[in-house]
Design a protein around this ligand. Sequence first.
Ligand SMILES: C[S@@+](CC[C@H](N)C(=O)[O-])C[C@H]1O[C@@H](n2cnc3c(N)ncnc32)[C@H](O)[C@@H]1O
Length: 350
Amino acid sequence: MAGQQQLGFTTPQHPHPLDVFGLDGLYRTTWGGTVLGDSLEVLQSLPDDSVDLVITSPPYALHFKKEYGNADQGEYIDWLLPFAREIRRILSDTGSFVLNIGGAWTPGKPTRSIYTYKLLVALVEDVGLELAQEFFWYNPAKMPVPAEWVTVRRIRVKDSVEFVWWFSKTPFPKASNRNVLRPYSKDMIRLNKKGIRATKRPAGHVINEGFAKINNGGSIPPNVLDEHVPTDLLKFGNNAANDPYTKRCKQAGIKIHPARFPVILPEFFIKMLTDPEDVVIDPFTGSNTTGMVAEALERRWIGIDLDESYLEASKFRFDSVEASPAVPIPSTSNGKPKRQQSKNSIVKQA
Ligand SMILES: C[S@@+](CC[C@H](N)C(=O)[O-])C[C@H]1O[C@@H](n2cnc3c(N)ncnc32)[C@H](O)[C@@H]1O
């Protein structure tokens, strides 16, 4: 298979994921590869119970169109559910599906759309996913929109959070919060050294003397992710204007993806919900933040997007992952990159 000689696992225990799934890729790295095509078709081609984590941020149902196109709020749930059904099917029984989705305003009115809540209910009740936990991504850099209500009439405030829902196939997905512990606060370290007297907090929690002496290696994180969450992958940047991906796109005069999520988002969930060599898929991978993080954490990964220019630019992300450059997979005879065909027409590359 093309590219296999250069990069990728070829042992029976750890085959490269493009090879495992018989997918044509646009480029491959040591641990994964990107696929150009409609992710619904690609997901349909994958076997049941074969994936450990799907983490993604689909196009949102904004009432204005972004450059990569959005379904309207009313149609959005109908559009997304077929993807979610495939995702549930391909997840292993211990697998998870993490979905980042932003809210929206009702067109023309200073009220919030409830499409996200309807979607959440549909994912649980119609698709059959378990809601393991809700998380929130606190992003103070979001624009103060709609301007009419926030900056002109001043009757609403800035919307600064997005939902990150963690779903699973069963009530007990593989998960360990020990993999995402945060450094103890200064107060906690001080208490740890001094010890404290048994006391009862106003909320009724009893803190006994032993509490402060127990060092579990860090504090259990809350379900809010923001730019201040400590990251092991700082060198990859966090969507700042000068992160390596953005810089390289600017230098090359290539379109920068307009809706990237921060490195901490895939980093947190990949660490908490998977082990090295597990398979992680992002069906709307855009600039491939997920693939880059999975690569650095040594998980096998597949990133799918139907926009070739986003995937081309996403190769830059692997400049910063040591020993894992993105290697293009040779194109077809007409010189065009291979676009993944639907289920019945998947042909392995010669
Ligand atoms: C919100 S962006 C994802 C950004 C990504 N999380 C990142 O950090 O760069 C959504 C992506 O979904 C892609 N997309 C939309 N519909 C798709 C489909 N049916 N199949 C594959 N990709 C699709 C768009 O091209 C876009 O890049």
